[in-house]
Ligand binder design. Structure first.
Ligand code: PXL
Length: 289
């Protein structure tokens, strides 16, 4: 039996407070009519961006038996979607998971969570970056932010400052293996009043760009929100540029909604206030070819 509701194996941490990772993934996918099946990589009291002394419970040792049980149930996932991994060994575990749960017409989405704003997150180092370069070979779609793209391409001191260079970076990332590459949070080439999302689809050789107004706010968890919307959109039949448009328009709305309140940025965007907008048709008016 094909799945009456698409199923996604969601390999992320569960951060109890602050929004992001599994709480965001579950809310977004469920709203979009998709069943999230969480494979928790770690449990944290909060995410690591802006909170101190958080409790971090690494679940690496528990994962093999959890996965063995899933395998015994013969579950067919329409997509496998990984994000924040709690240890370097988990990269091998995800790689093995993809091999064991491979299924026809399935999307493998790897969000290579490593860092943001030029830095790695607390729990990541160069070894993790090297392993992530191997893991992304397995993906159909990767969604690094600009900081992660720089780490993956060993270009930490370089910037994208023209369309020509943007294409080169996208093609280089795609040469690792993924059919679709999306880079988020790319600063505007000419003005810092804009940021862009850039994308490449290897199969048809087309490049896409969606510009967004820059808002001087930095909410943790928007990367998870972006990729989760991409996953939901692709699984419900959107094209790559339409999926990006949907994610960009929703996140712009989320950031604008949240920015209007006097509210701590570390708690993320006020997702629950606007979640239902994910069900609306997207107008596709923002993407450029
Ligand atoms: O959103 C990425 C992410 C996921 N999980 C944890 C994080 C972060 C980013 O800070 O701290 C625990």
């Amino acid at each position: 039996m094909e799945n009456p509701v698409p199923k996604v194996a969601a390999i992320h941490d569960l951060s109890g407070y602050g929004r992001g990772s599994l709480t965001t993934v579950i809310e977004v996918l469920s709203t979009m009519g998709i069943q999230p099946c969480p494979l928790p990589t770690a449990i944290l009291s909060t995410h690591t961006g802006g909170f101190n002394n958080y409790k971090f419970i690494d679940l690496t040792e528990q994962l093999p038996e959890y996965i063995d049980h899933w395998e015994s149930l013969n579950i067919k996932f329409d997509a496998i979607y990984s994000g924040f991994l709690g240890s370097i060994d988990q990269i091998d575990i995800v790689s093995d998971f993809v091999k064991r749960f491979k299924y026809k017409d399935q999307y493998i989405i790897i969000d290579p969570v490593l860092g943001d704003n030029g830095n790695t997150y607390d729990t990541f180092d160069q070894k993790m970056i090297e392993s992530m370069k191997k893991l992304i070979r397995k993906a159909d779609l990767i969604t690094p932010n600009i900081t992660e793209a720089k780490f993956l391409l060993d270009k930490v001191n370089k910037n994208i400052d023209s369309d020509k260079q943007a294409k080169k970076w996208l093609e280089e990332l795609s040469s690792f293996g993924p059919e679709m590459v999306v880079i988020t949070s790319v600063p505007g080439f000419k003005t810092n009043q804009k940021t862009s999302v850039l994308a490449y689809h290897k199969k048809d050789g087309r490049f896409w760009k969606v510009n967004c107004d820059y808002i001087p706010a930095n909410f943790p968890g928007t990367g998870d929100l972006f990729t989760s919307i991409m996953v939901g959109s692709l699984l419900t039949g959107d094209s790559l540029p339409m999926a990006i448009d949907r994610a960009v328009q929703f996140i712009s709305m989320a950031v604008r909604t949240t920015h209007g309140y006097d509210f701590p940025e570390r708690e993320g965007v006020l997702l629950e206030r606007i979640l239902d907008n994910l069900k609306l048709p997207v107008n596709g008016k923002s993407y450029e070819f």
